[in-house]
Design a protein around this ligand. Structure first.
Ligand SMILES: [Zn+2]
Length: 137
């Protein structure tokens, strides 16, 4: 007879998968999660490591902000009035040197970009808070 489901295991720690990352951005720090079991780095923080299946033992680290373009597209519409970059602008997936894949904007013309190109994070004050933008410099 199967064991009935009783809900979440109360012994498991509840994690906030992106809250510390969002708070770090406000302070000009790029935080990513590292698994205490194997060192795998990800964003958002995951309750179970996708590499080694360690449960609830990830912690936050500060990324160097250096990475490489993994993929990118050009957007022709701006969705926020506080957004720093004027359309058209680049939305990219960046592989940070710590290993995490994150979404970000790249302040460079689309035609100048290539997959695997090095990029670096910087924070700009928009007047409405800090904004994370990657550059190719
Ligand atoms: Zn792991």
């Amino acid at each position: 007879m199967p064991t009935p489901l009783t809900g979440p295991d109360p012994s498991q720690k509840v994690i906030d998968p992106v809250g510390p990352h969002a708070e770090g951005l406000k302070e000009g720090r790029l935080l990513v999660a590292r698994c205490a079991g194997c060192g795998h780095v990800s964003l958002p923080m995951r309750p179970v490591c996708g590499r080694c299946a360690t449960v609830g033992r990830a912690y936050w680290i500060v990324s160097s902000g250096r990475g490489r373009l993994w993929s990118f597209v050009e957007f022709h519409k701006t969705y926020s009035s506080t957004f720093k970059l004027a359309a058209p602008y680049v939305v990219a997936v960046i592989e940070l040197e710590e290993g995490a894949l994150i979404y970000g904007n790249v302040d460079a013309p689309y035609a100048d970009l290539e997959v695997a190109m090095p990029v670096t994070a910087r924070f700009e004050d928009t007047g409405h808070g800090r904004e994370l933008i990657f550059t190719t410099e």
